[in-house]
Design a protein around this ligand. Structure first.
Ligand code: SF4
Length: 389
């Protein structure tokens, strides 16, 4: 049986307003997002909305879903006074992630080339997350509270994607992203499974990709949302369950579904019409990491049915950390920093947007990537590694 995810103190998630995120089986009846478990994760009390977003069909749907929430008008979803930035303490930040939503319209519609997790990074339908992984890069631009901002101009974003896909034509050369389809990452700045607790944005994207035979949607997730099983993706959406050893996840993956639950969900998602891959990310180097990853890989080998193994692939991404995030985390989750901030192993890396990031030193990282590849070869030889860096 999966065990509940623990908080950073290794105990309960009481600090984070959540006892356990154990989703019911998919056949449990009414939608999961109306369940007590989902309501505990997202007990929305405030909705900050741009006027046009509040007036849109999607905005009205969301506001109606949370009738007790206070509606607050804002000029821009990028600047919500008292919400973004790093003021306040962690209890407030983590509470904010569940109790607050922001509604806005996405103004910039850029689809960027990628070549790693996907061929293209699509303009997502959200920015921010109700989960609170200690290493998460998503909040860097808004400050670490960064709850979900839902973009309500869904039709415009989907129309943009349709035009982009049409311009590409058929994929001529297979690559590691996919042999035949152009792969679009639809969840760069959030978790689509969590977004689906709020509204139908994720469902709209999954359904849109059904109509595009030359393309495939893809998103990584740390949350098992059984509602997605009903979306009938017809093989045009790849879900990538993010995995790390359970002990690391208990420390670092705050508010997420337990790792064992993510693994256990793989067959259900495959049977529901998804392609199911795995995202080994981030790989955190700490004493005993090789043994812990070996255990996880053996677990995958033991419990995944052959039909999941046959189509599975994985990406491996070593931890990148950030000076600002390190300082924030010291204030609320210093135990996480004992494993995330390792100057003895890491080197500075200036990111494209000028942020002070750190990553494992070249030689250490190369050795760790090789070690993980070898572990996969020994314990899960059926698992193709799409890329590792
Ligand atoms: S699930 Fe993803 S987007 Fe959400 S907090 Fe964790 S790493 Fe960030």
């Amino acid at each position: 049986m999966p065990t509940p995810s623990a908080g950073p103190d290794g105990g309960s998630d009481a600090l984070f307003g959540l006892d356990a995120l154990e989703p019911p089986p998919p056949s449990a009846g009414p939608s999961f997002r109306d369940s007590d478990t989902a309501r505990r994760l997202l007990p929305v009390r405030e909705i900050h909305a741009e006027p046009a977003a509040a007036a849109s069909a999607r905005g009205r749907q969301i506001i109606a879903r949370f009738p007790e929430a206070r509606l607050i008008e804002v000029d821009s979803h990028w600047r919500v006074p008292g919400l973004h930035g790093n003021e306040g303490n962690v209890e407030r930040w983590v509470r904010v992630k569940g109790e607050t939503l922001v509604l806005g319209e996405r103004k910039t519609l850029d689809t960027r080339p990628n070549g790693r997790s996907a061929d293209w990074i699509a303009p997502g339908l959200s920015n921010g997350c109700a989960l609170a992984c200690a290493y998460c890069y998503v909040p860097r631009r808004k400050g670490y509270a960064n709850p979900i901002t839902v973009f309500t101009n869904v039709d415009r974003i989907i129309a943009h994607l349709g035009r982009h896909i049409a311009r590409q034509g058929r994929k001529q050369e297979p690559n590691q992203c996919d042999p035949t389809a152009w792969v679009y990452d639809i969840g760069e700045n959030g978790d689509c499974s969590v977004d689906a607790l709020v509204c139908d944005n994720t469902a709209d994207l999954v359904r849109a990709f059904r109509r595009w035979p030359t393309a495939k949607a893809s998103f990584a997730t740390k949350f098992v949302n059984p509602d997605l099983l009903a979306l009938e993706p017809w093989g045009r959406t790849r879900i990538r369950f993010s995995l790390m050893p359970e002990a690391d996840a208990r420390l670092l993956d705050v508010r997420t579904s337990p790792v064992a639950a993510r693994v256990a969900a793989a067959a259900d998602f495959l049977d529901a019409g998804y392609e199911v891959h795995f995202n080994f990310s981030p790989v955190v180097l700490r004493p005993g990491w090789r043994e812990a990853w070996g255990d996880l890989l053996r677990h995958l080998d033991d419990v995944l049915p052959e039909r999941v193994k046959r189509q599975a692939a994985a990406e491996v991404i070593m931890l990148t950390h950030n000076q600002g995030l390190h300082e924030v985390n010291l204030g609320w989750h210093p135990r996480a920093e004992q494993v995330l901030w390792r100057p003895d192993l890491q080197q500075a890396k200036r990111s494209e947007n000028g942020a002070s990031n750190v990553r494992y030193r070249n030689a250490i990282k190369a050795e760790a990537v090789n070690a993980l590849r070898e572990l996969v070869g020994v314990h899960a030889p059926w698992l193709r590694i799409r890329y590792a860096f």
